[in-house]
Structure formats: C-alpha cells, structure tokens
Design a protein around this ligand. Structure first.
Ligand SMILES: Nc1nc2c(c(=O)[nH]1)N[C@H]1C(S)=C(S)[C@@H](COP(=O)(O)O)O[C@H]1N2
Ligand SMILES: [Mo]
Length: 216
C-alpha cells in the first residue's frame, strides 16, 4: 500500500480517502499497485473498459471547431507522425525511464479541424466513460502533446489505454488520458477526474506538487 501513502503525502489526507475508495477495488482486479513489465502500473478508475480495435476505433472532435469530425485509426496513422522518447512519471512516485511514443502531435490534429479563435481550452474524454482531462489551449498547442498510437515501441495495448491514448510529455501521468474517445474544444479548463479529487490542475513535472525533477 506504499503507493497510496505517497498519494496521501502528495495531495493531503482528505484526498487520500477518495483515492483509496476509487482505486481500492480496481487495484485488486487489474493490479494497479503491482509493477507491470517495464515498470508501468496499469491504472483504471473503472472495473473494465470495452475493447476498441483499430478497426472499430473512432476519435470524435467536437465543440468550438470549424468542422467537427471523427478520425478513424487509419486516418490518424495517415497523418504526419511525431516521435518522443521521455521518462514517464506518475505523481505517486513511480517513474519509467526513456519510454518511446509516437502518434499525431495535438496541434496537427487541431489544425485539421480548425479551432474557433474563442476556444481557450481542450477537454479529453475517455471511452471508459469516467475519466476526463483538460489542457489550456497554449498547452494543447505544444508539439510534445501526442494523440499516441504507439507506446514502448509497439501499438498501445488495451491495458495501457489503446488503441489511442493521450501522452502529455511534460506533465505527470494523470494528464495522459487512456482510451481516448473524444476531444472537445471549450472555453474554460474543466478539472479532470483526479483533479476534482485533489490533484493539481497544473501537472508540470518539476513545477507543480513541489517535488520531482523535470523528466529527461
Ligand atoms: N482513462 C484513464 N486514463 C488514465 C488513468 C485512468 O485511471 N484512466 N490513470 C492516469 C494515471 S494517474 C497514470 S500515472 C497513467 C498510467 O498509465 P498506465 O496505466 O498505462 O501505466 O494513466 C493516466 N491515464
Ligand atoms: Mo498517476
């Protein structure tokens, strides 16, 4: 239970009970506290997530855009691909060095739909039905935020949030939403699943939460 203790230190006692309640049953089912191959833990806030394959997958881009549309997996793969290798850091303390990722840089996707100049934030929806995250438009315009189709040098597995997940390279792992199903352009940052439960909306590694070096 060391992991939950670390969360308690990071976000305070009141959030710890929420973390314990939400993660408790999941940990026993998917091994949330047990290091998987390569040092990752598999995290989910729901008991199970219905599988989507590259064939059935759709990414819906909606809200304050010129042309709302959905992207198939093949359409994402046909767009220019960006590769990033970076340490992956969970705010609870575990860190996986030098993880390889690839996919569509978020600004390329935003350009493909045309963003309403009044949109100031981007909200991400997981097809797990529970998890959401947000970035400011300035953050979403960074080229190190990926709509990722590969992770660890291979297609993103179901347990790691495939076929498509977010990878927010300069931020703690909780920004890297798994099972990405929707991107919504909005006019304010909506705190995400863990953020309404005590995590910092500002997730920069090394700048928020008062600890950790920036990832290399
Ligand atoms: N949909 C969804 N995305 C999520 C989470 C989650 O529980 N559900 N956990 C987050 C947290 S806290 C971390 S550290 C990473 C963990 O990624 P992994 O499960 O692939 O190791 O996913 C993030 N994205
Ligand atoms: Mo995390």
């Amino acid at each position: 239970m060391l992991g939950l203790g670390a969360v308690g230190i990071a976000v305070g006692a009141s959030a710890q009970s929420a973390v314990t309640r939400v993660l408790g049953p999941v940990n026993s089912q998917v091994g949330g506290l047990i290091p998987a191959a390569g040092g990752f833990r598999y995290y989910s806030v729901v008991d199970s997530v219905k599988r989507r394959t590259p064939e059935t997958y759709k990414l819906n881009v909606t809200g304050m855009v010129t042309s709302p549309r959905s992207f198939t997996f093949a359409e994402l793969q046909a767009m220019p691909q960006t590769q990033i290798t970076k340490d992956f850091q969970c705010v609870t303390g575990w860190r996986v060095p030098g993880v390889q990722w690839s996919g569509v840089a978020l600004p390329d996707l935003l350009d493909a739909v045309g963003v309403d100049p009044k949109a100031t934030a981007v909200r991400f929806h997981s097809f797990d039905g529970a998890y959401t995250e947000s970035l400011t438009m300035v953050q979403a315009r960074r080229r190190d935020i990926l709509v990722a189709t590969t992770m660890l040098g291979a297609p993103v597995t179901h347990d790691h949030g495939g076929p498509v997940r977010l990878f927010a390279a300069p931020m703690y792992g909780y920004k890297s939403l798994k099972w990405l199903g929707g991107i919504e352009l909005v006019n304010k940052v909506v705190p995400g699943f863990w953020e309404v439960r005590g995590y910092d909306v500002d997730a920069w590694v090394g700048r928020s939460n008062g600890r950790d070096d920036a990832p290399t």
